[in-house]
Each structure stands twice: as C-alpha cells, then as structure tokens.
Design a binder for this molecule. Structure first.
Ligand code: FBP
Length: 552
C-alpha cells in the first residue's frame, strides 16, 4: 500500500507524555486520593455496582514502581463512533505494556464489543502498530456500537477472555461504551474472574467530560477540521455574497462542537441546544431569531451569511423533545418490529397518530414529511434517535424562508434568501489527529496500562491539566461509577454515565453570548485554516478555544 508524505511523517512523530510518565516504567508510583461517590442516585448506583463503587481516585507520580510482576495479556476494543487519535491510544497502551515486559501481549478485538463476543481478534506486534501511529481512523481493528448488557453477553465475554488468558480489557469509547466498561468491570469482579476493565474517554461530541475528565479525545481534531471547512465556506460566502449557508455539525446530545466551531469562526448564527432548552424556545422563535439576522444583514446589502446548527438541536426544543420521548416509548421493545412491518407510510402515519398524545401529534403533523420519516429511522443499539440522520439544517432554513416570506408580505423585509445546506460530521471523525490529540491519546493509552499494572478495575484513564504543555499534564485514574446516574433509556431506567452539556454560565458560552449580536449583523468571520503539525508550539499544539476559556 502506498502512503502519503504526511502519513509517513506522522509515523515518525513522537507523542508527548505527561512529565510524570516520562522517566521510564520503573519510576512510576501511585498516589491514592479520596473515595468517590456517583454524581446522582448514589444508593441505586451503589446497589448495582457493589464491587466497583466508591473506590478512590488515583494519580501517578515519579517514584519507585511497586506494582507486582505479572504477565499481562490485554484485550482492547474501539467502541462507538470514530474519533481522531484512537490509534494512538492503542500505540500508547502497546508501548507501556511492552516497556514493562516484552512478553506481555496486546490483542485487538475487531469491530467493537462484537469482537469480544465473537472472539475475533488480532495480536499486535511492532510492525502492525508502527503502521498506524499518529494516524486518524479506527481502521486498525474497526469499531461497533453493540451494547454489552445481558448476563449471556457477559458470560460469553468472560469465557472468551479466559480462553485467551486475558488479564485485562480496555474499552476505548464514549459515555455509552464506558457505561459498558463499568458494567463489565462489575461483572468480572462479582464473578472473581480476576480480569480488570479500564475505559478511555473518547468522543468527538465533547460530552464525556466533568470536573475530572477535561476533554474527550477527538473533540480537538474534529472541531479544528470542521472549523477549517466552515472558515472556507465563510470566505466563499463573503466572496460570492449570494448564499446563506446552513451548516449542521455533529454533536448528538450536546452543542459543544457547534459552540467550539463558532468560537473559532465567528459565524452570523450558531444555535446552542442547551440554551434553546433553558429558554424553552419553540421552533418558531428559533426561526425568528435567524430571520432577524438575515433581515438586518439584508438591510445592509449583505444577502449572505453562515448559520451553524448542532445536529441534536431538535431534541432540545421542548415541544420536540416531548415528541421524541413519546416516539421512543412508542417504539420500545417489540413495537419497532410491528412498526417496521407496516406496509406503507400511510399505515405508519396512522400507527403514530394513535400512539402519540394529541399535543405531540400536533407538533409532528406540521413537520415536512421528510423530517417526520427521519424521526422514525432506526434507533442506535442504545435506544438513541440517530439525530445525524435528521436534516435539521433543512428544517431550519425552511422555517426561516417561511418567516421571511411573511415579512416580505408585511413589507418589513426586502432581501434575497438563497440557502445552501451542509453537514459536517464524518469529515472530521477520522482526520489525522492534531498534535494535541496525538499526545493526549498516546498518554491515555500509556496511562491505561499503568492502571492495569497497578491492579485497578472499573477505572477511566484520566489525563488532566490539559490546557498546559504536556510536560505539566497529570496522569491518573477515576472510578467510572463516579460519573454515573440513572436515566430512562429504551423505556427503562438504566445506570448510565451522565453526559456533559454546554454550561450556560461557563466561560465558552459566555464569550459567545457577549459577541453574537455583533456577529449576527456584521461580517466578523475568522478563518482558522488547516491543522498544522510542524512549526511553533503556539500554532501546532494549540488546544480548543473551549478548553482554553474553561481553564482561564
Ligand atoms: P460517539 O458518541 O460514539 O463518539 O459518536 C458520536 C457521533 O459521532 C455523533 O456525533 C453522531 O451523531 C453519531 O456518532 C453518528 O453515528 P454513526 O457513526 O453510527 O453514524
């Protein structure tokens, strides 16, 4: 296979570790911190995780390594949506494992959790790993979204793990996948298998974070990639001066991606789902807000602009989120099969009409048929609506066009409105990782092995102090149960990791809110350009604006 010059150069990049992990394996010791409790529903989570709940947070320090010598056979999976840097988590894990003992073994299970169920794996060696260092994608072993939750599944995973002599499993994933990791860790501990389970925080959506986990990996690269593209579109819009671009960006349940891209590119409009929810905004109010910007700019002769729409926006509109919750209940369990078996849309429409409350059906009924149908597309295995399949950018521009038509009739608007639509998601999930993600991911993997070596289970690999240079990063681990609460999923109460939403009193949103009125009317676009890999650290190792603002 031929490779590009950039790919070749990236193979040779040496990712930076936190200072405390740089002295060699024999010089890493553990500092044990305070016991933890879950973010909510403590009694319920404790009862569900009796063996792994309440453990202490830990930090690694420079000092004599006191871990017991033991041959480690570690299995690793990539789980959920792709995120730049996954290959480096595996390289970091591999390097720490081999540096500890060259007889240690790393097995990569293919296709996500399915690999563990089907016992489908590869054994890594130097040549295998070297071909993937510092590259984007999850193609080293693939990924999948299968949920591990039944006793039968756990039995199979445990049997396969024993067959291969596994001492530990590392799950690289987002909130749902790390919920899997916590449940699997509990099962392994309850059944005295001796197999440890460690998670690593991944998702471009940026919603797996909290006071301990400052960022999920992939967010940095994905938002820089989208911001480059949005900046390019802004320049095109400002050159041609004839189109309004409606750009949907990924971010299923939180608007971190949209907010970060807005901070980077200063578009005319950026919707933030969390604000829509807090202000209980209706679709009509949102459309009016965008139409105001279109009209004010048109009055200045600017019949062009850029609006960023987070893909999860519809779930934040109160009338819509009630509708989606009702649809989820309507399709729970076997009812999905019944629904899918109906012969045509007319029959499905009647099924929906009978199943929804009158209020929700009224909301459903005013939507364009295309959007109605998109709401009934297959759920993911965790019961989530696949919002990336709902064309909310078209929904929004359609509503804005209707508002502008009304204004034209009333004589309050006399511009031209030609919308174009884009969806940026898959473009950024497998990009070459930024230096930040390459370093962060390598550190997460290296650190995950140190947690294994020191006997921890049910922990998330934690690397913090990320707004500082890598030398000052802090490595350690936190029990996954600390992040959990009970939520309604697929019509049932389930223990899950709480998602981090955009905080409306946080520094990133406040900065955006202070500037957006100006951005809505003026052309204040900024063009961040492509990710840089070689050059001054202040250009090449820059964190996201979100992280920089959060950490002051
Ligand atoms: P994860 O939460 O698994 O990281 O995935 C996030 C995401 O990229 C969302 O932004 C998007 O809605 C979804 O995956 C798309 O899923 P799929 O890859 O299955 O199309």
């Amino acid at each position: 296979m031929s490779i590009s010059p950039l790919q070749k150069a990236r193979y040779e990049y040496s990712p930076k570790l936190p200072g405390m992990l740089r002295n060699g394996i024999s010089d890493i010791c553990v500092k044990v911190g305070d016991a933890t409790s879950s973010v909510a529903d403590q009694d319920k989570i404790k009862a569900l995780f009796p063996n792994t709940y309440g453990k202490e947070e830990i930090t690694f320090e420079k000092g004599s390594n006191t871990s017991a010598a033991k041959k480690q056979v570690v299995g690793v999976i990539l789980s959920g949506g792709q995120a730049p840097g996954g290959h480096n988590v595996i390289s970091g894990l591999y390097d720490a494992l081999k540096a500890t003992d060259k007889n240690n073994v790393l097995l990569g299970f293919k296709g996500g959790p399915d690999g563990l169920l089907k016992n489908d794996y590869v054994e890594f060696d130097d040549a295998f790993i070297d071909a993937y260092r510092n590259t984007g994608g999850f193609d080293i072993i693939g990924s999948g979204r299968t949920k591990l939750e039944t006793k039968e599944q756990f039995n199979i995973v445990a049997e396969n793990a024993k067959k291969n002599g596994l001492t530990a499993i590392v799950i690289i994933g987002g909130d749902d996948s790390n919920t899997n990791a916590a449940t699997l860790a509990e099962y392994m501990a309850a059944n005295n298998t001796g197999i440890q389970v460690i998670g690593c925080p991944k998702t471009i959506d940026g919603d797996l974070k909290n006071e301990d986990i400052e960022a999920s990996f992939g967010f940095d690269t994905a938002t820089k990639t989208y911001s480059e593209l949005i900046g390019n579109i802004e320049r095109d819009a400002n050159s041609a001066k004839k189109y309004w671009h409606f750009i949907k960006v990924m971010g299923r349940s939180a608007s971190h991606v949209a907010l970060e891209c807005a901070l980077e590119t200063q578009p005319n409009i950026c919707l933030i789902g969390e604000e829509v929810k807090a202000k209980k905004m209706s679709l009509s109010q949102i459309a009016d807000q965008i139409a105001d910007s279109v009209a004010k700019r048109a009055a200045n002769g600017d019949n062009f602009g850029v609006a960023i729409i987070p893909e999860g926006i519809v779930e934040f509109v109160p009338e819509f989120s009630v509708l989606i919750a009702e649809i989820n209940e309507l399709l729970a369990g076997k009812k999905t099969e019944e629904f899918n078996a109906l012969p045509d849309w007319a029959a499905k429409y009647n099924f929906i009409k009978e199943g929804l409350t009158a209020e929700s059906f009224a909301v459903f009924d005013i939507l364009p048929t295309l959007i109605q149908q998109q709401l009934f597309l297959e759920r993911d295995p965790h019961g989530n609506v696949q919002v990336s399949l709902i064309e909310s950018e078209k929904l929004m521009s359609g509503l804005v066009a209707a508002k502008l038509a009304e204004r034209k009739k009333a004589g309050t608007y006399n511009g031209k409105f030609s919308p174009l639509h884009h969806f940026f998601g898959y473009e950024g999930r497998c990009a070459f990782p930024s230096n930040f993600d390459a370093d962060y991911c390598y550190s997460l993997g290296y650190n995950a092995f140190m947690l294994i070596q020191y006997g921890y289970t049910g922990y998330l690999s934690k690397v913090s102090n990320l707004s500082k240079p890598a030398e000052e990063w802090v490595a350690g681990g936190m029990p996954i149960t600390k992040m959990m609460n009970i939520e309604r999923r697929n019509g049932e109460d389930k223990p899950v990791i709480r998602k981090a939403l955009v905080e409306l009193d946080g520094a990133p949103f406040k900065f955006f809110a202070e500037n957006r009125e100006k951005w809505a009317v003026e052309t204040a676009f900024t063009y961040p350009g492509a990710i840089q890999y070689y050059g001054p650290a202040e250009v090449c190792d820059l964190t996201t604006r979100t992280l920089a603002l959060e950490k002051g």
